[in-house]
Design a protein around this ligand. Sequence first.
Ligand code: IMP
Ligand code: MG
Length: 176
Amino acid sequence: MEIKLEDLKVLFSKEQIENKVHETAQILNDFYKGEEVIAVCALKGAVVFAVDLVRHLNMPLKMEFIRLSSYGSSTQSSGKVNAVDIKLPDLNGKNVLIIEDIVDTGLTAKFLIDFINMNFHVKSLKFCSFLDKKVARKVDVHPDYYCFEVDDKFVVGYGLDYDGNFRNLPFIGYKK
Ligand code: IMP
Ligand code: MG
């Protein structure tokens, strides 16, 4: 498959995204009620969402970044998750909020949740994904918070890539 910018159809516009991210942040602000949060952003895809989201969060917050990879080919999950760089500070007793770009098969989400629960006794662990591709799920894991649901199409933009491209698009698009 090849994807060109001119082949992309907008699924969620910049304005829709801004509104939804703001709304999601309000829900998180209500949930945490001013308690400190450690936001763990999964690179590279979630970085665009994370930097937009955290600017609407009003509690004391620290950001951590980890890097995982699961994609075998450009558009198909390989079925296994590689921990490329997963150095984290002591998360014992902390409110941990994982920030992801998309939950697809759910393997990455499950890996991350299990990894944190195996290594730390956190105060709370929540998973916030920009997109939820529910129909593609292979393991029983669901984001606690998400902005939009997508059906089983490959999407790009707002951090999500095809072969490293399109992360900078301010909208979510798919190939027509
Ligand atoms: P999972 O482990 O199958 O849930 O895949 C999660 C990761 O696959 C995401 O963090 C993305 O990096 C990537 N991914 C899954 N679906 C898409 C898509 O439609 N577009 C771009 N990347 C995707
Ligand atoms: Mg990702």
